[in-house]
Design a protein around this ligand. Structure first.
Ligand SMILES: O=C(O)c1cc(=O)[nH]c(=O)n1[C@@H]1O[C@H](COP(=O)(O)O)[C@@H](O)[C@H]1O
Length: 309
């Protein structure tokens, strides 16, 4: 799957991922009204609104982008109907040939990690039958339980040709509380980065490993160091847009080949119609606003990369 991701990034010229993180307050009223008219103001109604919202955004952007990243919490908050909307979104994106990064941030003791890996990247046997539970292509993984919490994910990736993005340095304001602590002379995130490079070394695709890392756009200096520590790992870079990251901050997350990083924006794309820059589209045309925001993001990042050459 890493080869497909790299190919699609080259083909679209867009090292970006659209984060499908739907909150009800991002969904235009006309979409909510229609869903509530059919299902009532229920969890089912909310899930229907989420699904219709996602579908429109995907329809308006899929030809420009290589990948999407649905964040499962945004669906879980609507219980079982929400999880069904998550699965419907994954399947629909797959039908559009997008690479799907399941942002599930899992990690546990080995046997439990194995079940999480099966759920999101693998297959499950029920009697004589086999099923694909959620069927994403990549999953985000929290490495804090150590190697035995990560290895079951790696094993499923090897079997299924899937991939991981392992949290190394997160974008949030408090990420330094633990991740920046100096241990044996180096910050913890560097130790985790080294481990990601090690886990990834025997998981190579054609050019890059299918064991990648997450490093926040909000910490560009740390991104530069981590790029060197993990030269063969793709870096998923969240924090663009709503959290303040801009193209010019991101240059060092990329390798000299112009590859190696994929930048996520969620609110900045899916709720673009609420921003002044895209207000002219209006809530009715929220999908067109998202498309314009994708185009602006690609131009910002490619411009920064070209200027740095
Ligand atoms: O793993 C992630 O995707 C992630 C890691 C991180 O360090 N920071 C971070 O913001 N994320 C996710 O990236 C998305 C960011 O959303 P926006 O700030 O709206 O673009 C959310 O889905 C977060 O859960």
């Amino acid at each position: 799957m890493i080869n497909k991701l790299v190919e699609k990034i080259k083909k679209t010229g867009a090292p970006i991922v659209v984060g499908l993180d739907p909150m009800l307050n991002y969904i235009p009223q006309h979409v909510l009204d229609k869903a509530y008219a059919e299902y009532g103001e229920t969890l089912e109604g909310a899930a229907e609104a989420v699904w219709q919202f996602n579908k429109e955004i995907v329809d308006k952007t899929y030809d420009l982008i290589p990948a999407v990243k649905p964040q499962i919490a945004m669906y879980e908050q609507f219980g079982i109907p929400g999880l069904m909307a998550f699965k419907k979104t994954v399947d629909y994106c797959k039908s559009k040939d997008l690479v799907i990064i399941g942002d599930v941030k899992r990690g546990d003791i080995g046997s439990t990690s194995a079940a999480y890996a099966t759920a999101h990247l693998g297959k499950i046997k029920v009697g004589s039958k086999e099923y694909t539970p959620f069927g994403e292509d990549f999953a985000t993984v929290n490495p804090y339980l150590g190697s035995d919490g990560v290895n079951p994910f790696v094993d499923v990736c090897k079997e299924e040709k899937k991939g991981l993005f392992i949290l190394v340095k997160t974008s949030n304001p408090s990420s330094g509380e633990f991740q920046d602590r100096i241990i044996d002379g180096r910050p913890l995130y560097e130790w985790v980065g080294e481990k990601v490079a090690e886990w990834g070394a025997d998981c190579m695709g054609d050019e890059y490993s299918y064991i990648g890392a997450v490093v926040g756009a909000t910490y560009p200096e740390m991104g530069k160091v981590l790029r060197e520590i993990m030269p063969k790992s793709y870096i998923l870079v969240p924090g663009y847009g709503a959290q303040g990251g801009q193209g010019k901050d991101l240059v060092h997350f990329f390798n000299k080949d112009g590859l190696g990083a994929i930048v996520n924006s969620s609110r900045g794309i899916i709720a673009a119609y609420k921003q002044e820059a895209y207000a002219k589209f209006g809530p009715e045309n929220f999908g067109d606003a998202s498309r314009a925001a994708v185009e602006a993001m690609v131009a910002d990042i490619s411009g920064a990369l070209a200027a740095a050459k």
